[in-house]
Design a binder for this molecule. Structure first.
Ligand code: FAD
Length: 312
């Protein structure tokens, strides 16, 4: 056997993730779904204080060992171009960890000029993937008049340059929507405006997601839809989530709360197992992707990834 042959055989093949890290493939999040199913992503939020941005490294180091396909970074309600912690953290994820970030951006409290400035910050940081959101109506943060809905932000971003846009969707109908059909119609507008990939609101009942997904496809929306999973770690958190986003709690979850609501450790364990069971069932059903709301807790993300490592 000639040496050239040996050399050829020994050369390790690069995985898709490695190629992406080497920038051999242009990283467009919506394209991931053509190559991999399920896509696994994490969501984190930027720490409130600038100084804490340093501590986020401990979280990121653990998350990076789990090899997510991308990490999304939330944008504070009423966030502005002056407060660019989201962009800074996204830049860190890309530069220091070689993982593609998805930058959340809300529009209800920002003018077109302000959105342009944030997109400029993204451009300078080499960030191309953006989750275009309206943001929640907040009585403490006055709305500006330039954008009313996320679909308008999607169109605006597409006009500004070579960005790849994702959008949010709601398996149990957005709380302000007139009804399910109009919510789906509005989702279609967002996709028609250029949203190439959708991330769902958290839900605890997979049947609600399957039902929603079949209606999404009937509505002619063929963008990949990631299922948003929130591992519940404490009782206060679940109460807040249910009120904020209107996710229904299935009876089996109510029973967990009844039995373990006052036992922190037991509820944590039960919450993890519940999330893992949801994910296993979703993956077995062929879901496009799983988006894990990590709440910046690497223990939570690590435990889930350990349980599903042979499934993905
Ligand atoms: P839209 O798509 O604009 O929908 C909002 C409502 O308006 C819906 O009821 C819809 O049916 C209706 N609507 C839409 N278009 C029209 C139209 N043309 N005519 C009439 N009605 C219309 N919030 C943050 O502040 N920061 C974050 O980082 C953040 N990240 C999120 C991540 C995910 C995965 C999800 C699911 C939500 C996130 N949110 C975040 C919350 C989000 O901002 C709120 O749920 C918000 O209330 C709606 O945002 P949207 O982009 O879905 O809005």
């Amino acid at each position: 056997m000639c040496l050239r042959g040996i050399h050829k055989l020994d050369k390790p093949k690069l995985t898709l993730a490695q190629k992406l890290r080497r920038n051999e493939v242009k990283m467009i999040i919506s394209n991931l779904f053509e190559k991999k199913k399920p896509v696994i992503s994490f969501e984190i939020f930027p720490p409130k204080k600038e100084a804490e941005l340093q501590n986020i490294d401990a979280t990121l180091q653990t998350l990076a060992t789990l090899h997510p396909d991308f990490i999304s970074v939330t944008f504070g309600a009423g966030g502005s171009s002056a407060d660019n912690r989201t962009v800074k953290l996204a830049q860190k994820i890309k530069k220091d960890y070689g993982i593609e970030p998805l930058v959340h951006l809300t529009c209800i409290s920002n003018s077109k000029e302000e959105i342009k400035e944030i997109l400029g910050q993204m451009e300078s940081a080499g960030l191309k993937n953006v989750l275009a959101l309206r943001g929640d109506v907040n009585p403490n943060v006055p709305a500006k008049d330039d954008f009313r809905y996320a679909s308008e932000l999607v169109s605006f971003i597409k006009e500004q340059g070579d960005f790849h846009v994702s959008g949010a969707c709601y398996p149990e109908v957005h709380l302000e929507a007139a009804d399910e059909v109009s919510d789906l119609r509005n989702l279609r507008k967002k996709v028609d405006a250029g949203a190439e990939h959708l991330v769902s609101q958290l839900f605890f009942d997979n049947n609600k997601f399957y039902d929603f997904l079949s209606k999404v496809r009937i509505a002619g929306i063929d963008a990949p839809v990631e299922a948003g999973i929130m591992p519940v770690t404490n009782k206060a958190q679940i109460k807040r989530m249910v009120t904020m986003c209107g996710a229904a709690l299935p009876e089996k979850f109510e029973r967990i709360l009844e039995r373990y609501g006052e036992n922190k450790e037991a509820l944590f364990d039960a919450g993890m197992v519940y999330a893992v069971n949801q994910i296993v069932e979703l993956i077995s059903s062929g879901v496009d992707g799983i988006h894990i709301f990590t709440m910046n807790n690497p223990v939570v993300a690590g435990r889930i990834c350990e349980e599903i490592k042979n499934l993905i």
